[in-house]
Write a protein that binds this ligand. Sequence first.
Ligand code: SF4
Length: 467
Amino acid sequence: MRKALKQYNFDWMLWRTYEAGSRLLAGTRQEYDIALRYIPNFRDPVKEVFKAKAGQLFLQMTATYLDNIVNAHQRGKKTCMTTFCFSPAILYALDIVPVTLELLTVMMTFLYKRGTGEFLDYCNEAGFTETSCSSQRGSMGALLADIGTPIDMVVTDSPGVCDTNANAFAFFAAYKDLPFFQLNMPPWLVEERVTEYHVQDYKALIGFLEEQSGKKLDVDRLREILTELQKQDELINELEQYLSYKPLPLSVTTCLFIYAGRFMFAGMPIYTQLLEMLVNEGRENVTLLKQGINISHEKSRGFFCYIDHYTHSLRLWQMLEELNIGYSGNILSHFWADSNPPVVHNNWKEAAYSIKTGTLEEMLTSIAAINSRMPMIKSIRGPYDSPYMWLQDTLALASMYKADFIVYNGTPGCRNTWGMVKLLAQDTEKAGFPTHIMYADAFDDRVQSWDATRDRFEEFLRVRRLL
Ligand code: SF4
């Protein structure tokens, strides 16, 4: 790794940049325009985020997340390295600061033209496999090189679901000699024994977190967080209804805001504020649509059946806008509460989670169920075409959002999805959805340039007459 990269902690630099970005709209329009001249490398991502009304709040939320990490030890808190598919709600209930690798990687790829290549490569220098997922390695490299806030413990929940995810965390914990806890996910979701397994496993996790943090789980705090989560679920349900309108009444970045916020701040008021802002915008725009006022020129609509592409400056979202493609949901922006539209519509209550805030036992059962239904953890834990797994979820969501086509995007290290993506695509095609498989790496443009990715995507749209 270049010496220059080691001069400042990567999380500190990210924090200051997001913080500064979130303040850009605080002054006059003229001040904003002038400020853009002085940030040539950052102006495009900032401009893209500000196209949405909730953009400023989204940047503030991201800056707060980084602030929590950078200042955790100074504030007497422990840090816990974890993954996007682990709900951080339990960490907040124990006053532990989550450090989510995939989120940090994406925060960097959006902002830095150089991407995360040097951190990715540093993982290999340290001895970790290069055939692993780039979403963890993009930021893990910086933490392996000790240019980030020190990590106190590691928690993951993806063995069986995604081996490369689980191995990244196991490697880091072994390399740094840190306490490590791994939740397990049986291949089936809906079975009494599986529910019991999840709850017992989760209780063991709480014991681990209590021991490492030196704090006891505060039952009232957990109740507050779960109550806030219920509120957030209702807001997401309302948003999902707006997102199924044609033309789309919300900005194409809406789903990114929904899932990034949930991964950062599940059960925290700042995320509720973001969702409320999105819902208010959705309500206003749906009223305009009902009055016959056209607010977008949507030509066609895509459903992303796995993750998005996180290239610099949010160029995926820029492209969708330029091509007038509506983008109203992906597998990451979807959370399986029992009140969620597809759950209610298909009577899939047994595959969903219910939040109960009565006794401690009820709360632990609820939070274990939420965690075991996180994106990826729910849908690719077992055979792709089993009940409540990837195929069923994809088809239900693509239909609900009235998608005209489906896109798969992942990383070359994504063995669990690559092993079944062609079969999935055959099935989604049979169900009437033209399906495009991207061969890019969502977190590393060196595998396939964004320009090549875009060319192939546009070719697919033209050949299948979707534009
Ligand atoms: S399923 Fe794929 S993208 Fe998700 S963490 Fe695993 S390797 Fe990465």
